[in-house]
Design a protein. Structure first.
Length: 204
């Protein structure tokens, strides 16, 4: 959750991403497309960075949905970064309209990030949007779909760093890779937890 603004629309049924022309303009082109381990990164001309990661989980959709909004699971999945919830909802499951403030050590600095759940459609979709933090903008859309006997989980993250040119260089060479690594590690933890008896630790 530490980890997307609605300059893109995502069709929850087909997982097809469509640019919102009101934001990027009718002649803007997407560039920097790269595939890696089922994930996709797109750099937008206006410096927004977009990450998409799809995870297939052999577990019921409701379980996957609830684990993804578990504050306690997020803390455990970020072991080693010192990330913890320090304000708002600091444990259990976060819901519509609620906020959480995260504190973590990133790049040698203590940073805080406050996000609010701004959309919620259990067990298919929720969105957390940055209210305060180090990014110029940051939004994370969580999509879930029943797939065979399990669940397909799609994370769409969009963010923009501050500091103009310096921020754009950081996005390209540092932040993008760091954010992808953190999100992939979180999703692997959710998958491992959901597919084993460990899920009961977080959902009772």
């Amino acid at each position: 959750m530490f980890l997307t603004a609605s300059c893109f629309r995502v069709d929850k049924k087909t997982f097809v991403s469509q640019p919102c022309l009101a934001h990027v303009g009718p002649y803007a082109r997407i560039w920097g497309l790269r595939h890696r381990n089922g994930s996709r990164i797109v750099l937008l001309p206006d410096t927004m960075v977009r990450l998409e990661i799809t995870t297939v989980i052999a577990a019921p959709i409701q379980r996957c949905f609830d684990l993804s909004r578990s504050i306690d699971l997020q803390v455990d999945s970020a072991h080693g970064t010192g990330e913890r919830a320090v304000a708002g909802v600091t444990g259990g499951l976060i819901g519509m309209g609620q906020e959480v403030t995260w504190k973590a050590r990133q790049f040698g600095f203590d940073v805080r990030h406050t996000s609010r759940i701004t959309a919620f459609d259990s067990p298919f979709y929720f969105q957390d949007l940055m209210q305060r933090g180090v990014f110029k903008s940051y939004c994370h859309d969580h999509h879930f779909e029943v797939w065979k006997s399990g669940t397909t989980m799609l994370d769409v993250v969009e963010f923009e760093a501050p500091l103009g040119l310096l921020g754009r260089l950081a996005e390209k060479f540092v932040i993008k890779r760091r954010m992808q690594k953190l999100l992939e590690r979180r999703n692997a933890f959710i998958k491992q937890t959901a597919e084993a008896a460990q899920w009961r630790k977080y959902l009772g």
